[in-house]
Write a protein that binds this ligand. Structure first.
Ligand SMILES: *[C@@H]1O[C@H](CO)[C@@H](O)[C@H](O)[C@H]1NC(C)=O
Ligand SMILES: *[C@@H]1O[C@H](CO)[C@@H](O)[C@H](O)[C@H]1NC(C)=O
Ligand SMILES: *[C@@H]1O[C@H](CO)[C@@H](O)[C@H](O)[C@H]1NC(C)=O
Ligand SMILES: *[C@@H]1O[C@H](CO)[C@@H](O)[C@H](O)[C@H]1NC(C)=O
Ligand SMILES: *[C@@H]1O[C@H](CO)[C@@H](O)[C@H](O)[C@H]1NC(C)=O
Ligand SMILES: *[C@@H]1O[C@H](CO)[C@@H](O)[C@H](O)[C@H]1NC(C)=O
Ligand SMILES: *[C@@H]1O[C@H](CO)[C@@H](O)[C@H](O)[C@H]1NC(C)=O
Ligand SMILES: *[C@@H]1O[C@H](CO)[C@@H](O)[C@H](O)[C@H]1NC(C)=O
Ligand SMILES: *[C@@H]1O[C@H](CO)[C@@H](O)[C@H](O)[C@H]1NC(C)=O
Ligand SMILES: *[C@@H]1O[C@H](CO)[C@@H](O)[C@H](O)[C@H]1NC(C)=O
Length: 882
């Protein structure tokens, strides 16, 4: 979402608009962009096909108990109660960034929807957890789960029903894209495993997770706004399934209760109004049983979005400007039911999905109400800041929800730290080293750790990017404080310019802090409009010059980089004095001790890159560059197909500076004793899908108009979004609605690839298990990460990346000489490709020789196991250029 903290600006804009727009309450006269089916210049081969009607939820066994409870309630609801749950009450019309209406007769309060993916946003007493990209860099499934659980506990403690995370799109197709740090890494399997763990942890606390943004949200610029048509992400079917949709399928399988659509269009149809995407792919093929919301203020039509499968309008207002008291749903949805344009079946399904998710997560029992306000830090204030005259009350109870979450945050920050270079074991440092520390990233923002709203500035230690994916820092454990607690005499030069006149003795060590920031398109920071346009892929604030200057003065330089994504290191990486490089990602509040734990050798680094670091930006395909246009619509065609990040570099034969998955340790590991065990015999197509179970049935009679008449005694709050109408009795279902092309109320045939949560259950059958023994062959304790990359049979007719990550496992801490055997698995989906003709996952070569490569990174794959009975070999050469 956008604008989150620009409350005053929005107030002003909303106000001016109100005085300039003649507003008679009829939405159709409100000036709006006719973009829902805009086809302008979308390349002819990309087509947003119609897919109607929305498949009703409730047919998957895991959700049936909740659907039974939900349908019993929905059956008794009035039209006003139903509409209430589908529509936000308006921006700034409640404590949270999104608040639905309520149905208190059934114990359902205004549901609270709140950012962010790394903690509770816009409050106090919370933890600022490490970012998604940092969590991805741990390659540790248990930490991924624990972080989700801790974030969920904080949400629950604040009364957040629905957390707006995890972010699993953008996936990192474009290294410069602004929000890649919110998600877990530039690979569908790393992204999917992390999402699955996160969602299970978060939802174990009873908080609904929101997998976002569906789909193709791979840059911030041109995502749409008051004067801009959102870009069209043009994605072919196979690429969608094998890359961008993969994490969403896994999120749904993990039980995610909500999905948020993206701002962009897909194949020329707005993601939140794209019937093929929502009705077809998400709800039919992937069997999603929860509810779909739009991203904030993106909803651009009423009837059409309902028919396309949207279930919840957030924050309820018309796009793109809130606070006008206008909505495409709310009372307009009541009208659409009374005039027959939206079938009651569709509204019943929307509400049942929302209420079923509420029951599925156990929110009907003992779930707290929100006890914070996103809009003020004061204890008392307006309950509805969006209304000029609002009742005043206690809005912030300042509940501290941090518990011991600093520990898990520090552990993640530490275990993500990725050692890229360590000449002659320069690290770890001795605790009596003579140290000089350079760069403003070493110390907290001198203006105050939260002085920039939404963290939209790059001042001091970079713990997170900017935008709605942030949270307030309760404190910042900054590196220089932590370093000085160990080396009291460390000299701090808190500047990004190397001071003149510094002379270093032979064993003096310099630590240089640099960073690279990015964020959501709602803010521009140092000329970077979310995406890294001005900074390119280089460190900010002349960080490269600072490193080079330090390297000229000191013979031992250690570079620590806090970064949102890949940065180019070529300006200095080979300088002889640059002895060690640590990528510390975005550590959140725990930037200091997590780093000194590594610098001084209390722990061995065990982070691994969640993306590749190339030698030049031109090593990426040109199609992943940022795109903008002055007029018309940006066509962002995903012409590189499956070939992003390492998949492209490998295909191109380009050696990266550091490969995807790379990370050194203070110790060394040997991988041996690989074995492969066939578990399920391969067949060309999966076993037939399960047929759909029943879904709730309801009366289809249009309800009495009286159900949405304004209650006579209601004190109306100005600009608040109600389900009610002043004269519902005047509406009749006699007109005809111009339904979109392809509209139908007859259910579509069941997609062959569907049947369970995330798709046909058989896709998760394990075909092979692969195991290997990892031995610590060095002198220090440490953790290794076993990564399994699959190479498809070279004879296959499908153009397939040379290797693709399919599973990974981090070891426990291994003492010198100790070993651990890790087990990795290959599911049916892992060995399949998406066949666009049969619309199913097929095994391209049932008797083919798949190679399962195992090693410490995508570039160091020494073990291989073959699926055709040849067993496993060690001491092999990686199949890709390194
Ligand atoms: C986009 O267009 C391509 C090419 O026609 C098609 O294969 C794919 O299914 C479409 N995707 C969506 C979401 O409409
Ligand atoms: C629905 O209404 C019926 C009839 O008034 C009542 O018996 C039943 O308990 C209600 N169910 C729920 C879940 O409110
Ligand atoms: C709809 O929700 C509002 C709060 O947002 C509440 O005041 C109203 O009573 C609800 N309407 C019904 C019919 O429950
Ligand atoms: C029914 O109401 C909706 C919401 O106002 C409107 O968009 C739609 O055009 C109406 N349908 C007819 C047939 O008038
Ligand atoms: C706020 O949080 C406290 C502590 O978690 C909880 O007891 C309370 O129910 C919550 N909500 C309200 C409205 O007090
Ligand atoms: C509330 O406090 C935080 C943290 O100090 C600050 O960033 C934010 O701007 C404040 N919010 C408001 C609405 O004043
Ligand atoms: C590493 O250490 C050895 C032995 O002290 C020394 O000869 C060599 O020059 C060092 N290498 C670098 C790159 O500093
Ligand atoms: C590799 O990339 C270069 C540009 O960096 C391009 O000219 C070349 O065609 C690519 N080769 C292959 C095999 O993709
Ligand atoms: C408004 O009237 C309804 C129906 O007469 C009643 O149930 C409700 O309690 C009244 N609400 C208020 C706020 O007085
Ligand atoms: C693998 O290589 C190492 C070092 O080169 C050697 O010691 C070991 O014997 C080799 N193992 C096999 C199975 O070839």
């Amino acid at each position: 979402m956008s604008f989150s903290s620009r409350i005053f600006l929005i107030h002003l804009v909303g106000y001016l608009f109100l005085h300039t727009v003649i507003c008679n309450g009829d939405q159709d006269t409100f000036p709006k962009r006719a973009v829902v089916n805009a086809r302008d210049a979308v390349p002819a081969e990309y087509v947003a096909k119609p897919y109607y009607p929305t498949p009703n939820g409730g047919w998957i066994p895991d959700w049936q108990t909740s659907y039974a409870k939900a349908s019993a309630v929905v059956r008794n609801m009035t039209l006003a109660e139903k509409v209430n749950l589908t529509t936000g009450t308006g921006y700034f019309m409640g404590p949270c960034v999104g608040n639905t209406g309520s149905a208190l007769r059934f114990g359902i309060p205004n549901l609270c929807l709140q950012d962010s993916a790394l903690g509770v946003d816009l409050t106090d007493g919370n933890t600022a957890f490490p970012a998604g990209i940092t969590t991805g860099a741990t390659w540790d499934k248990s930490l991924m789960y624990q972080r989700g659980a801790a974030i969920g506990a904080e949400d629950r403690g604040k009364g957040v029903n629905i957390n707006l995370g995890p972010t699993i799109g953008p996936i990192g197709r474009k290294p410069r894209a602004g929000r890649i740090w919110e998600s877990f890494g530039a690979d569908p399997v790393l992204q999917a495993m992390a999402a699955s763990q996160h969602i299970q942890g978060l939802q174990a606390q009873g908080v609904i997770a929101t997998a976002k943004h569906l789909i193709g949200n791979e840059q911030e610029q041109s995502r749409g706004g008051p004067f801009e048509t959102p870009l069209s992400a043009n994605i072919d079917d196979r690429t969608l399934h094998e890359l961008y949709l993969w994490p969403f399928a896994e999120a749904i399988r993990a039980g995610a209760g909500a999905v948020m659509t993206s701002y962009n269009m897909v194949n020329g149809s707005a993601a939140h109004a794209n019937s093929y995407l929502i009705n077809g792919i998400l709800k039919d093929e992937l069997g999603f049983q929860g509810f779909v919301m739009c991203d904030w203020l993106s909803q651009d039509s009423g009837v059409a979005t309902a028919l396309a499968g949207l279930d919840m309008a957030m924050p309820g207002d018309t796009e793109p400007i809130p606070l006008l008291g206008l909505s495409y749903w709310a009372s307009e949805l009541s009208t659409s039911i009374l005039n027959g344009s939206v079938p009651l079946t569709r509204l019943n399904d929307m509400v049942t999905r929302i209420v079923a998710a509420w029951y599925q997560l156990g929110q009907d029992s003992g779930f707290p109400l929100p006890n914070f306000s996103s809009w003020t830090n004061d204890t008392t204030g307006p309950l509805y800041p969006g209304a000029l005259l609002s009742p005043i009350g206690v809005v912030n109870q300042h509940v501290n929800v941090q518990a011991d979450h600093a520990n898990i945050s520090r552990e993640i920050a530490r275990d993500s730290i990725t050692l890229l270079k360590n000449t002659n074991n320069t690290l770890p440092l001795s605790k009596n080293v003579s140290l000089s520390v350079f760069g403003t990233d070493q110390a907290k923002n001198p203006n105050g750790i939260n002085s920039c709203s939404s963290r939209a500035c790059d001042e001091g230690t970079l713990g997170m990017g900017w935008g709605s994916g942030t949270a307030n820092y309760p404190y910042m454990d900054d590196p220089i404080t932590a370093i000085r607690s160990i080396v009291g005499g460390a000299v701090s030069y808190n500047s990004d310019t190397f001071p003149s006149g510094i002379t270093a003795a032979g064993d003096d060590v310099a630590i240089v802090f640099i960073n690279a920031d990015s964020g959501e398109g709602s803010n521009t920071v140092e000329n970077n409009p979310g995406d890294r346009t001005a900074s390119n892929l280089y460190a900010w604030h002349n960080g490269d010059t600072l490193v080079k200057d330090a390297a000229a003065a000191f013979s031992t330089v250690i570079v620590v980089a806090h970064t949102v994504g890949p940065i180019l290191l070529e300006n200095w990486i080979d300088l002889p004095s640059v002895k060690a490089v640590l990528l510390a990602h975005l550590p959140g509040q725990e930037a200091g001790s997590s780093l000194t734990d590594i610098l001084f050798g209390d722990y061995s680094p065990s982070g691994h890159l969640p993306y590749s670091i190339p030698k030049a930006e031109s090593d990426y395909p040109t199609s992943v560059g940022l795109k903008t246009t002055l007029i018309g619509q940006v066509q962002d065609t995903f012409s590189e197909g499956l070939y992003i990040d390492y998949r492209y570099l490998n295909k191109n034969g380009t050696a990266p500076r550091y490969p995807f998955g790379f990370g050194l340790s203070y110790t060394t590991f040997a991988f041996s004793n690989a074995s492969i065990t066939p578990v399920t015999p391969l067949t060309f197509t999966p076993p037939a899908r399960a047929s759909k179970g029943t879904t709730p049935s309801y009366s289809t009679a249009i309800p009495p108009a009286s159900e949405v008449a304004y209650p006579a005694n209601l004190t109306r709050i100005w600009r608040y979004l109600y389900p009610y109408l002043d004269d519902p009795y005047s509406i009749s279902a006699t007109g005809t609605y111009p339904y979109p092309e392809g509209y139908s109320t007859k259910p579509q045939p069941d997609p062959p690839a569907g049947g369970g949560l995330g798709g046909n259950d058989a896709l998760w059958d394990v075909m092979y298990t692969v195991s290997a023994t990892i031995t610590n062959t060095g002198k220090t304790a440490g953790k290794a990460v076993a990564q399994l990359y699959l190479q498809y049979p070279t004879s296959t007719a499908y153009d397939t990346p040379i290797i693709q990550l399919r599973d990974f496992e981090k070891t426990d801490t291994l003492s010198p000489g100790a070993s651990q055997t890790v087990r990795l698995s290959l599911t049916r989906k892992d060995v399949s490709v998406w066949n666009v003709v049969s619309q199913n996952w097929i095994v391209p070569e049932v008797n083919g020789a798949y190679a399962a490569w195992i090693g410490e990174s995508s570039g160091e794959l020494g073990l291989v196991c073959w699926t055709d009975g040849r067993g496993c070999l060690q001491n092999q050469t990686s199949p890709v250029v390194t």
